[in-house]
Ligand binder design. Structure first.
Ligand SMILES: Nc1ncnc2c1ncn2[C@@H]1O[C@H](COP(=O)(O)OP(=O)(O)OP(=O)(O)O)[C@@H](O)[C@H]1O
Ligand SMILES: O=P(O)(O)OC[C@H]1O[C@H](OP(=O)(O)OP(=O)(O)O)[C@H](O)[C@@H]1O
Length: 209
């Protein structure tokens, strides 16, 4: 197999993605817990893994710095890129939602805090609601508590963060889970190896190819 470069973020998705690779027969035995390495090669020397910031994964793939990327659908919805989205890996499942204090929210002019400003703006614009979107990079649940925003648009998995902060889901926007994305030129040039890797991953997941 010619070498394929795969980009993903460290953290919650990487752990599950590494398990998917193992199930596909792709092993990274050199990986050590708490390693700070940013580049890893699998035991066969055919798959090179690069660890990048989550929001940058689609950029690495679109630009061809990586042939393949593993990234949440939430990130792709926020910042669509010119890549092929080929497999729903069914890991890191969560929902993009509107959340806030229980009860109706203002329906003409709304202040929204979010890590997903594009998703938030589009969702409310389609409902005819004008929004002032405040972009935050984390702890978004704080915004309604301190009166900085009427509602938030964020991802929810267990609902624990919302609950512990007295907030509830007001509306669901979209489901998210990690996707395997592919650079368009890579797919044209390395079709067989990419299809082989995707086939192995799907087989490991128990999905018919
Ligand atoms: N609570 C969650 N449950 C399930 N999946 C989640 C959850 N939070 C995030 N994700 C998924 O994992 C992806 C990466 O999120 P994560 O919180 O690990 O990184 P980040 O906050 O974007 O980046 P960083 O930790 O580097 O600041 C998200 O884009 C989303 O698809
Ligand atoms: O429904 P839950 O299971 O509670 O998960 C949802 C939380 O997880 C994510 O935050 P993350 O842990 O990435 O922290 P952040 O606030 O720094 O983005 C997300 O932004 C929510 O805050």
């Amino acid at each position: 197999m010619e070498q394929l470069t795969v980009a993903m973020a460290k953290g919650r998705t990487a752990t599950k993605a590494m398990k998917l690779f193992e199930q596909a027969g792709i092993y990274f035995s050199s990986l050590q817990d708490d390693s700070r390495k940013l580049v890893l090669t699998d035991d066969s020397g055919q798959v090179k893994l690069i660890f990048v910031k989550a929001v940058d994964v689609p950029t690495y793939v679109e630009k061809g710095a990586a042939d393949i990327g593993i990234i949440g659908k939430d990130v792709l919805l926020e910042d669509p890129k010119d890549v092929y989205e080929m497999v729903d890996l069914r890991i890191s499942a969560c929902k993009l939602v509107v959340a806030g204090f229980p009860g109706p929210y203002p329906n003409t002019q709304l202040t929204v805090a979010s890590k997903y400003p594009h998703v938030a703006k589009t969702f409310f614009t389609n409902k005819g609601i004008r929004t002032d979107v405040i972009t935050l990079n984390g702890s978004v649940e704080l915004a309604p508590l301190i009166g900085m925003a009427d509602v938030i648009v964020d991802i929810v998995e267990t609902g624990k963060t919302l609950k512990e902060n007295g907030l509830v889901v007001l509306e669901e926007i979209a489901d998210s889970s990690a996707r395997l994305i592919v650079n368009k030129a890579s797919f044209a040039i390395k079709t067989a190896v990419i299809q082989q890797l995707i086939g192995s991953v799907k087989e490991g997941m128990g999905v018919s190819t």
